[in-house]
Design a protein around this ligand. Sequence first.
Ligand code: KG4
Ligand code: ZN
Length: 337
Amino acid sequence: MSIYILAIETSCDETAIAISKDDKIIVSLVASQIKLHQPYGGVVPEIAAREHIQTIIPLIHEAMSQANITQKDISAISATAGPGLSPSLMIGIDTAKNLAFAWNKPFIATNHLHGHIYSLFLEDNMPKNPFPLLTLLVSGGHTQIILMTDHLSFKVLGKTRDDAAGEAFDKVASMLDLPYPGGPEISKQATGGKPDHYRFTTPLQKEKTLDFSFSGTKTQALRHLQQEHKITADVIQNMSASFQAHTTTYLLSNLFEAAHQTTPKTIAITGGVSANTRLRDHFIDRCKLELPETIPILPQLKHTTDNAAMIARATYEQYKRGDFADFSTIANPKLSI
Ligand code: KG4
Ligand code: ZN
């Protein structure tokens, strides 16, 4: 019998619903709130929660009708339990628990970070057994290097000690008066700029560590900009190109160091920042050159930023293990991997 999962993702500013049949996604819908938050230069939790409340039931209804299934077909209902914004997470969890209770189905609480990693398992070229799998998870809230030796078994080899890489993209974009979210804007502006125009130092060089730090990079960007008389189009393009080049090289240098230490079968990048073209291109180039035996995997662009397809795929593994949650489960904004 096939396993149908209804998955809900509301950890930040996307209301997302997916329905999977076994390990395949049959419907994935994302309602983005970016336009609502843009005037504030970032996500406003109260606005995000209100919008999730308005959108979530109609979106579930739409997903069920596109999938052409009824509640009888569903095997389990899951929601992202954390990490994320508490008011946003609560809407998804509450909706999932209420539906599971009303429909008499198991409820599964899924970790958002597991979801980002499981986006890789939606790729056609992902091997059936990809382990050991080394992943750089790089998003607006997290920057970690993770080794998986089996399903749902994660070992963190390195992580940021301060800001996440996506957060640094967003903050530098805001210094340049570019709209939120900053990552895609920096990436666009970078195409016209010189990647070696502004210099950035690489942090933690004296330590033998796979950890990251981005707070210094942010400060250096601010210092460079303070020395300019005016923030012209050239300054914006050159800063975007230089910051992007530094950040992508830095991310990859730790990932490849981890790869040389662990010789994984498969290597991947996931999370919102993995949408970055320069990061993707340099990742593939370095894999070809340095790791010819390792299989490189990149998620499709639609699976890099927040979505429920990745949550459904992680939930499916939890379902197979009987990892069900009880109805007293609450959101955990600080949940770790
Ligand atoms: O995974 P995600 O949607 O949300 C979190 O779980 O945090 O990641 C969002 C982050 C934002 O910081 C955004 O600026 C960044 O991903 N991002 C990018 C690009 N597209 C999104 N960063 C660099 N280049 C991009 N093309
Ligand atoms: Zn995310």
